[in-house]
Design a protein around this ligand. Structure first.
Ligand code: ADP
Length: 375
């Protein structure tokens, strides 16, 4: 990437000076030079054709060699990334694969955040690769995102400390509620019993929110930690559905299932996914009370789905709802942080499966996940 300072391969006969042939080319250059991001235009083989002034400025500041042509014109940028053994060699293969895939038309675009630290400065860049028309090459841009990353780090640290601090009093409050429930077990029929149960449910909700925030906060760049064990998937589904039935007595949750199956995975996390899909189905279908759960074994995989007949998701939001903190505008009346589906997706991916949805606005939604059988 930009940190790699030596050109690897000048292609013979490569044009090394830009001849501004037309007004439109001059206009393009003026636009490129007005941008603060460092930009290079590559041809179909990944060879740099032109760069903007920000690119040259960056090269000036960071090049270790006085002889290097700072425009890098004629350098094969793919080879620069592929051959890197510098301090950013960890990100280089991802950059190589991304640029290669865009040039080949395999993906529509590519982005990568990568560190570019020096002893004096801690910097982060965002690399974006977008194709030129007709597979004629690509535009690579590098934007300095150090400020945003520093704010993100501060925010993450704050969230992590605050969440850990909140967990302790909640755990002790839950303990107290359980002691009270046990002490009043026989006399629990009246108002006090109801209040204690409500308190217990609300404390569970609070710890779920804190748990979700903590998971998301520790996630960036790291793989979700799974604690795997062998368990019966059918029992997990039945138990989880029953738990949701207890807290959503106005909805009818019916299960369609086939054979009993053993699965090796993180039972707690998968329960979290199923609970999230079920509580969403209930939450986002206030006008309808039917929820269908399908849990079947098919062609070497577990196929699980939850169908509701509620508000549905508009086409333009179907991708976005899986993003961190995204909530459709129509959901603002209902509580939530917009983290459940993001975390669910990560959990299912962590098990080698996939999660997806189908929906029609105003008619309802079906959320699916599949998990390859592994026992
Ligand atoms: P939350 O429910 O806390 O907002 P989620 O990540 O679980 O977070 O869901 C993200 C968004 O996806 C919701 O805010 C809602 O707009 C939409 N959504 C999720 N499930 C459903 C559903 N079953 N029906 C309609 N919209 C849904």
């Amino acid at each position: 990437m930009k940190g790699f300072t030596e050109p690897v391969n000048y292609e013979p006969g490569q044009q090394t000076t830009l001849q501004k042939t037309s007004k439109s080319e001059q206009l393009k250059d003026a636009i490129l030079n007005s941008l603060s991001a460092q930009i290079a235009v590559l041809n179909a083989r990944g060879v740099i054709q032109t760069v903007n002034e920000a690119w040259i400025e960056f090269a000036k500041e960071n090049s270790q060699s006085a002889t290097t042509d700072l425009r890098f014109i004629g350098v094969n940028y793919l080879e620069v990334c592929g051959g890197s053994n510098g301090p950013y060699s960890e990100e280089a293969p991802a950059a190589f694969n991304g640029i290669h895939a865009v040039l080949q038309g395999e993906i529509a675009s590519f982005t990568l955040e990568y560190p570019c630290h020096s002893p004096e400065k801690k910097r982060w860049f965002l690399m974006k690769v977008n194709p030129l028309p007709d597979f004629e090459g690509a535009v690579v841009s590098h934007t300095d995102i150090s400020e945003r990353r520093a704010i993100d780090e501060m925010k993450d640290e704050f969230i992590s400390i605050a969440s850990h601090e909140l967990k302790t009093p909640i755990t002790s409050l839950k303990g107290i509620v359980h002691i009270l429930q046990l002490s009043f077990e026989k006399k629990m029929k009246g108002e006090v019993g109801k209040l204690l149960r409500t308190m217990d449910i609300q404390l569970d909700k609070l710890s779920k929110i804190i748990g979700d925030v903590l998971v998301v906060n520790t996630m960036p760049g790291k793989k979700l930690h799974l604690i795997n064990e062998k368990f019966n998937f059918k029992s997990l589904v039945r138990e989880t559905v029953q738990n949701v039935r207890n807290i959503s007595p106005l909805h009818f949750l019916s299960i369609n299932e086939n054979e009993s199956v053993s699965y090796f995975g993180d039972r707690f996390r998968l329960e979290q996914v199923i609970t999230n899909l079920l509580t969403n189905a209930v939450k986002y279908s206030p006008q309808s009370n039917q929820v269908f759960i399908n849990s079947i074994v098919k062609e070497g995989s577990i196929l699980f789905s939850v169908q509701d007949f509620g508000m549905g998701v508009a086409d333009e939001n179907k991708q976005k709802i899986f993003e961190k903190f995204y909530r459709a505008k129509t959901s603002s009346l209902f509580g939530g942080l917009g983290l459940g589906l993001f975390i669910s997706c990560e959990i299912i991916k962590g098990h080698g499966g996939k999660l997806w949805m189908e929906s029609k606005i105003g008619k309802g939604s079906t959320f699916y996940f599949s998990l390859p059988l592994n026992v």
